[in-house]
Write a protein that binds this ligand. Sequence first.
Ligand SMILES: Nc1nc2c(ncn2[C@@H]2O[C@H](COP(=O)(O)OP(=O)(O)OP(=O)(O)O)[C@@H](O)[C@H]2O)c(=O)[nH]1
Ligand SMILES: [Mg+2]
Length: 457
Amino acid sequence: MAVARTDNDTIFALSSGRPPAAIAVVRVSGPRGRAVLTAMVGLVPEPRKATLATVRDPASRAPIDQALVLWFPGPRSETGEDVVEFQLHGGQAIVVAVLAALGRMEGLRMAEPGEFTRRAFEHGQLDLTQVEALADLIGAETEAQRRQAFQQLRGLLGDRAEHWRTRAIEALAQVEAAIDFADEGDVPNDLTARAVAIAGPLAEEIAAAVAGAERGERLRDGLCVVIAGPPNAGKSTLLNKIARRDAAIVSPIAGTTRDLIEVHLDLNGYPVVLIDTAGIRESSTDPVEREGMRRAREQAARANLLLWIADATAADPAAVPAAGPGVTRMVVLNKMDLVRPQEMPRLDWQFKNKLGAHFMSATTGEGVDALISAVVDFVERYFTAEPALVTRERQRRVLNEVVQFLVESIALAEKAAGEELVAEQLRLAAAGLGRLTGRVDVEDVLEVIFRDFCIGK
Ligand SMILES: Nc1nc2c(ncn2[C@@H]2O[C@H](COP(=O)(O)OP(=O)(O)OP(=O)(O)O)[C@@H](O)[C@H]2O)c(=O)[nH]1
Ligand SMILES: [Mg+2]
């Protein structure tokens, strides 16, 4: 839903979950905050102290509830405006009565989704990366997601971007000085060289931050682990084992799984999307199965971790595909319970030694825990302890542009293409960094970011 902006309304909303609940939090933000207190509580409590008071209907003066009332006069409040917070008993009728009373007051209206946060942004309480972090924090389902979002909320990227922007502006200032002093002999070259000395390392630093971005985005969306291999190998059986539930149908008929089956997991605090695929065999002419195989291949190419699983009694090392770019492949031989002892040396040599394969039997359970541990290890190593600086596609896109402007400015300076042209690239770089935190030019991205919020936030 679109968020109304540039208005001076006082907004209100239920900020806690759906009643009935132990407590319901209703928040009010805007210039009429003090009037709300006078009309409904009959007093203006001491700022930032919880005060027990009777909340009344402003028209009839009839009491609605006993509540804790908090008063945060702006600008020292979450939105930067005057804020009133009611902590009511969380009954449906209480919430309805309070919201109705507020709605009847002059100059008040219900908040749009994300409008409190939007006002916080507009009053400079949060930068844009922090707004994004807030959405991520509320959406965080795993411990690692929570940690990353929390760090971002504390300004991890925002502060860095401000620092980068200052440096870009310094470089720009050098070039502008060069333009001003253009008549005075060799001063310009010297100044431009100084700008390049700032822009070069800056471009490298930003590029390095972007390179770590994949990890940050994965933590939001989940690492992609794909199970693929020939039909009937036990792929769906393995998915069910890892997911600890019967998410996929298992049967002795080859070609049971036809479409992708996706399970979202929390593996040791890390988000993982585990995908089971249709068995891959060349012989099939069934169009549905062929489409299933096409999807399986497509997913396998996109995986962070590919578990290629084959039936140990029919495994051919030549049939194991090479991993695509960016994909880590783990080879798994299943149904080890059916392998004849005399076959073992060959399997050891061809699969364990040469391909580092894991041996398992879903039927006896042998090797299953070891395989799951290997997957968990991979996931943990992927999300190393260092928190990612860049966590969203938008941030990555903006930073990539900034790097290009910087690189272009250096190229122009080295070609002696003229200070004006160099300055223009640096100006674009600084503006890009401003866009990242929402200092400049943000209208277009605001709608996209705020639409993920709920009402009352
Ligand atoms: N003996 C034995 N049978 C197994 C093992 N793992 C799975 N199976 C059986 O093998 C058959 C195929 O298992 P699925 O998990 O459906 O195999 P799949 O790879 O998903 O097969 P498709 O979806 O057809 O590609 C089922 O009957 C399973 O019970 C194992 O370790 N040992
Ligand atoms: Mg299957």
